[in-house]
Design a protein around this ligand. Sequence first.
Ligand SMILES: *[C@@H]1O[C@H](CO)[C@@H](O)[C@H](O)[C@H]1NC(C)=O
Ligand SMILES: *[C@@H]1O[C@H](CO)[C@@H](O)[C@H](O)[C@H]1NC(C)=O
Ligand SMILES: *[C@@H]1O[C@H](CO)[C@@H](O)[C@H](O)[C@H]1NC(C)=O
Ligand SMILES: *[C@@H]1O[C@H](CO)[C@@H](O)[C@H](O)[C@H]1NC(C)=O
Ligand SMILES: *[C@@H]1O[C@H](CO)[C@@H](O)[C@H](O)[C@H]1NC(C)=O
Ligand SMILES: *[C@@H]1O[C@H](CO)[C@@H](O)[C@H](O)[C@H]1NC(C)=O
Ligand SMILES: CC(=O)N[C@H]1CO[C@H](CO)[C@@H](O)[C@@H]1O
Length: 599
Amino acid sequence: MSYLLFSAGSALLCTFLLLVASPPTSHSDVRTDMEKLDALRRTIQKGRFSEAGSQTNWECELCEVGVTILKKTYGENKFQDEVAAALTQLCILSKLQDKTMCTGFTKEFKHEIVTIIGQTPLSSAEVCGLVVSDCSGPYDPTKFWKVTLPNTPKPPVTPPKPPKPGAPVSRVLFLSDVHVDLLYKPGANAYCGEYLCCRANSPAGKEGPKPAGKWGDYRYCDTPLWTLENLLQHLAQKQSEFDYAIWTGDIPPHNIWNQSRSDQLNALNIVSDMILKYLKIPIYPSLGNHESAPVNSFPPPFVSGKDSISWLYDALAETWTHWTPVSTKSNIERGAFYSVLVRPGLRLISINTNYCYNLNWWLLLNTTDPAGQLQWLTQQLQQAEDKGEKVHIIGHIPPGIDCLSAWSWNYYRIIDRYESTVAAQFFGHTHRDHFELFYDMKNRTRPTNIAYIGPSVTTYQYMNPGYRVYEIDGNYPESSMQVVNQQTYIMNLTEANLTDKPTWQLEYDTKEAYNMSSMTPADWDKFIQRLEKDTELFKTFYRYMYKSQRTDQPFTQKRRTAVICDLKTARSNDPSMCTLTPEVTWKDLQNYRTANRLC
Ligand SMILES: *[C@@H]1O[C@H](CO)[C@@H](O)[C@H](O)[C@H]1NC(C)=O
Ligand SMILES: *[C@@H]1O[C@H](CO)[C@@H](O)[C@H](O)[C@H]1NC(C)=O
Ligand SMILES: *[C@@H]1O[C@H](CO)[C@@H](O)[C@H](O)[C@H]1NC(C)=O
Ligand SMILES: *[C@@H]1O[C@H](CO)[C@@H](O)[C@H](O)[C@H]1NC(C)=O
Ligand SMILES: *[C@@H]1O[C@H](CO)[C@@H](O)[C@H](O)[C@H]1NC(C)=O
Ligand SMILES: *[C@@H]1O[C@H](CO)[C@@H](O)[C@H](O)[C@H]1NC(C)=O
Ligand SMILES: CC(=O)N[C@H]1CO[C@H](CO)[C@@H](O)[C@@H]1O
């Protein structure tokens, strides 16, 4: 199977359970919906979901029909099981995934989907407008909720200047998306037709056995525990270089059709213990979308009882307070976010981006500022501004891509207001190495802030394992706390497997590789302008973006436009910073994102 088909299939899979349902036969009033659904299924089977080319809005149609059926039949007692059976059948028939995964997915997500669709106050069209990015019309930011900003006027902006040559630099280690697979088995099939392979029970697949490497595999595989341990041993040797580490989530593997709460807690404990064993520096964690079971399932605090997320947040409160002060505990238990003073003048705020994620379907019950997190963030930033502290925000999902629009636009407003307090932001999730720039809401040519998006430890997919080191201006009085340089390190997996000697080597140093003298938001904006003109520079950036490996995503002009558009967009559903032409439409750019989505 080509990668394209597979990636479209896995993108589809993210929305699949919400989109596809087949109704119980007893419901005559859903027969028309059923016929629509069947027509759509035939469309999908014909494979009309290529990344490029003419794209119908089949995802939206499928979503609306599916949600309508679920809403109409919710509450019927026989319904849940019948739908589940029909859903499994449809999944198998559509050849979207193999039988094991179809059965597993249905089992894993049935309860959540039925509960949420049954209880959401939103219409089918509203649900799909939120969940499938191109279903709604042009985004209207005034239609949704708004965080209240304090009355304190925004202080005048002094454009950030690079620090004086020779100013002290503090180094921060960045780890993300470790996705450790405890069932990884060298020699198991790495291309097995399932969403995660390289495991003892991975099926043979259509192309026959493709044996997994010892230290990992570029194909459908996550990180062996011994590869993570090798990384931590390597880091332990150089940890005196680091002041502290940021660890932005996604611990469990991608076997998302068969995960339990205890699997996820086990992964959290094993990886945290291993990090504790090797790294003696402070670690500031944030929560990924994979830490829950089912994946992406993060009910806000108003959901109590057996669906409540406290099984996970209570465990996080225990684990994270190995490193964070006890004062963070109550916020972690309630919402898995916290604020700490790293040192005088530097505050770190870890946010739970699952409360913005468009695949966290619990948000459909109430999309308004889940857990009051953004209102809390605003207060934290106001206090920091009052005290003259600089703030680093860390989180898992970058705000511009997969966040619900209302959350994302509110977040953008907050950053706009506190641009002089927020010195930098750090995210993971995409497994890639890139960034998102923020621009003045009133003057869209003036860059105000930057969210760095760091590389994953996992190879998933077609990438070398990696980590990042940020050099921060500080630690001295009045330092800007801005990022002044960064280095990305990778393990060359091909070589590690060949020689059985993994080594972690510098992939590139940003200032050197991109010939930048400093790294303020304005410098990054200039860099983007260079990417637009200089094809060689773009190719270099593109190679590093995929950690010097991915060969299945050839460079095209369309992709270049899409990548540049993403670099300038820290607000979801916002085409305002992108160069759109008849050849490269907004729809094309959204399709590119869907095809590259990791869930
Ligand atoms: C449907 O199930 C609920 C609980 O799951 C039960 O209270 C109710 O009596 C059932 N109704 C019928 C008609 O079986
Ligand atoms: C699901 O996971 C459990 C426990 O990890 C395992 O025993 C079982 O075989 C798995 N089932 C499938 C279908 O992969
Ligand atoms: C949704 O949450 C907001 C904020 O917590 C609350 O003010 C509002 O009443 C809630 N809406 C519903 C329909 O429950
Ligand atoms: C907008 O920002 C640019 C870049 O900082 C600046 O040169 C320009 O004067 C600003 N325009 C207005 C109207 O403030
Ligand atoms: C990784 O190692 C292989 C085999 O030695 C080599 O061909 C390849 O160029 C290396 N990749 C990088 C990014 O250094
Ligand atoms: C690097 O940038 C400087 C100016 O900042 C320029 O003079 C020099 O030619 C550039 N070097 C390369 C290799 O692009
Ligand atoms: C992805 C990768 O490089 N896999 C290689 C790992 O090592 C084995 C041999 O040990 C190779 O056969 C794989 O191709």
